[in-house]
Each structure stands twice: as C-alpha cells, then as structure tokens.
Design a binder for this molecule. Structure first.
Ligand code: MRU
Length: 361
C-alpha cells in the first residue's frame, strides 16, 4: 500500500541483504520512521515493544528473526534457543507460533551450513505468501461489501476495531483488505474507526492508513459503536483476529466482544477476516483456552500525543494510586460471528465442520 503515494510494505530486507527493515509503528501517525533489525534480539524486541504488531506481521517478523539468528549460530541448540526466545515475545497471536514452527520444520532437517540461506528464503516466502493471502481475503470480502451496496444502493458504512490493515500484515491487511478492494472497485463506502484504547491502534494506525489511501473514515470512541448500530449507521462490522479456535471462537483486540454483542442485538453482520494460519486447531473453547496478554499499567494510566509545541508528549490520565488492569485481547464466541473471511473463501456459521470443509476444498 502507499505512504505519500509511494508503495511501501511493513517489512522488507535491507539493500545489502544482511538485515530486515520495518516501520516503527510506535511512532505513527505523527512520525514515519523506519528501523533496521540486525539480529534476532532486535526482531524479538520489535515484536515485544510493538514496533511491529498485528498477528500476521508478528509471524513474519519472527520468521525473519529466526533467519537473522541462523546467520550467526546455526546449531540445533541455537535453533531451539532462538525459537524459544521469539515464542515468548507475545502470547496471544498464534501466527507467532505458526511462523516459528514453519521455520523450525524447514531448518531442523538441514545441515548447519545449509540453514542460513534456507532460513532467509523461507522467511521471504512467508512474507510473499502473506501478501497473496491478504489480496485473496480482499476479493472475498469485497463481494460481501458489494452485496450490501447493491441492496442499499447508497454508501456502505463499515465499522472496524483496532488495526487489521496493511500495517498489521506485510501488505493489504486482513479486515481492511476488503475495504481497499471495494474502493478500487468504486463501491462507495465509509469506515467507522474505533479508537481502540489503550494503545489507540484505531485512532493512530487505521485512521492514518485509510487517510493515506483517501478512504472516507471517522474516528469514534470505543463505546460509540452500539449507539451507531441502534441508529442504522453501521451496515457491517469487519475485524481482524489473533487466533481462531477449531470451533470458531475468535480472539481479537480487547473490546471486540462488546462490538459483536452490539452487532448481534442490532442485526448487523459481524465478519472476521483472517489468514488460515490464524486458526489454532489445537484449541476449542477460546474463552477458557486462549492466553490473553496483559500489558503494562502505563498504557492505561498515560496517553501520548502531539502537543502544540510540535513534540510528542506523554501525560497521565488516571489518579496516582488507582489500580489498573490492562487486558490486551478478548474472545468473541463463534455464535456471534456471521462469517469468517479467509483467503480460501467465506465460512458462514463458523464451526469445526464448516471450517474444515473450507480447507478440504
Ligand atoms: O496488539 P496488536 O496491535 O498486535 O493487536 C492487533 C489486533 O488485535 C488485530 O486486530 C489482529 O492482530 C489482526 S491483524 C491483521
């Protein structure tokens, strides 16, 4: 996708092919800064500190982290230590485990001498596949938006939560890919962007990338969605996700569940866009089984933004001494999900049978 009209990905290999470069997403929307990751520890830190974030991009960055490590230490012990360290960077997005396990499966049978080159190619392949997957999600999701447009014959209003756009993947995004495809197909639409406290991925990232593409959007506070749905101002919800269980429970950014409840109560279709590596076939009950990341209290007690002096300032919003809880994700039960939009197609009434049937095709 574009930044100031110039095509840009979220992660790419350096010109000398010895490192990986990323956009530092903690600096957006006020500063566009790129960073060089030279080592596996740089990659691990970038994931942990959310310089890269979003489930698919976390998976790709971890794959490159393995590749960076193999350049220096390619023994079995080093491979295991690298995988263990990267796996611990963030707990909820299953794409992290998926990316690392795919690297391990390719590298483990090889000799030490073969591993560095093979790891670099495999990480690049995973990145390219992510782009193709997201484009396909875009086409399947675009058909759903078109259906609504044909029925209404006016602007389609779509609500999204957090950032599941191109910044959360290598390119195109998951939840926003159908929106970009629909805009390319000249379907008139407008996006309601949940701000997504505490880290404001909606207000700072989704709003920024939609703005870069000239997509009409309005930022709303996280609690506004229910009101908008009651007043017929939302035609569909599309969100991304960090993990989907075998029975179709969906884990995504904290607050997603409340949007699904409001959508259900108001008869608004609730879609979840995902690449199939986001399905965790080892789990069933998402509420009980998916590990939910808890992050530092400072993300809740403080907020950062651009001040009138042109500098980024951080200020406290809670009283000193108040206890704080900071859960990063929640789980939406499958019964509240209208359909999953995957690169293979759309799965209505997500459950194990319907999801496996899609993959079998
Ligand atoms: O904490 P984040 O910013 O990594 O959370 C991101 C999300 O919740 C996204 O919706 C999800 O990873 C899907 S990204 C295509």
């Amino acid at each position: 996708m574009n930044v100031n009209g110039i095509p840009q990905r979220t992660i790419w290999t350096s010109a000398d092919n010895t490192a990986v470069e990323i956009i530092d997403q903690t600096r957006l929307p006020h500063e566009f800064v790129t960073l060089r990751l030279n080592t596996m520890r740089d990659a691990e830190r970038a994931i942990r500190d959310m310089q890269v974030r979003g489930a698919p991009l976390i998976g790709v960055t971890a794959a490159y982290g393995v590749a960076l490590s193999m350049r220096h230490h390619a023994s079995d012990a080093a491979l295991k230590a690298t995988c263990d360290m990267l796996l611990a960077a963030r707990p909820t997005a299953v794409n992290l485990r998926w990316g690392i396990e795919r690297m391990r499966a390719v590298l483990a049978p090889l000799t030490m001498e073969q591993r560095a080159a093979a790891a670099w190619s495999e990480a690049a392949l995973i990145a390219e596949e992510d782009v193709a997957i997201n484009q396909a999600i875009g086409q399947h999701g675009c058909a759903l938006i078109r259906e609504i447009h044909q029925r209404k014959n006016t602007m389609v209003n779509i609500l999204t939560h957090c950032n599941a756009g191109w910044l959360a993947t290598v390119d195109w995004g998951t939840a926003l890919a159908p929106i970009y495809a629909a805009v390319e197909a000249d379907i008139p639409l407008h996006v309601w962007v949940d701000e997504t406290r505490p880290r404001n991925q909606g207000a700072s990232l989704t709003a920024w990338e939609l703005g870069q593409h000239g997509v009409a959007h309005t930022v709303i506070v996280d609690n506004a969605g229910g009101h908008l749905m009651q007043h017929g101002k939302v035609d569909m919800v599309i969100v991304g996700c960090d993990r989907v269980t075998a029975r179709g429970d969906v884990c995504n950014k904290i607050g997603t569940y409340l949007k699904a409840l409001a959508a259900h109560d108001n008869g608004v279709p609730f879609y979840v866009a995902l690449p199939t590596p986001t399905i965790d076939w080892t789990l069933q009950d998402g509420v009980q089984e998916i590990p939910i990341e808890e992050r530092a209290a400072i993300e809740v007690t403080h907020i950062s933004g651009l001040a009138d002096d042109g500098k980024i300032h951080t200020v406290r919003v809670t009283p000193v001494g108040s206890a704080v809880a900071n859960y990063g994700f929640d789980v939406t039960p499958a019964r509240l999900v209208t359909a999953l939009i995957t690169e293979r197609g759309v799965v209505y009434q997500p459950n194990e049978l319907n999801m496996r049937a899609l993959l079998a095709d």
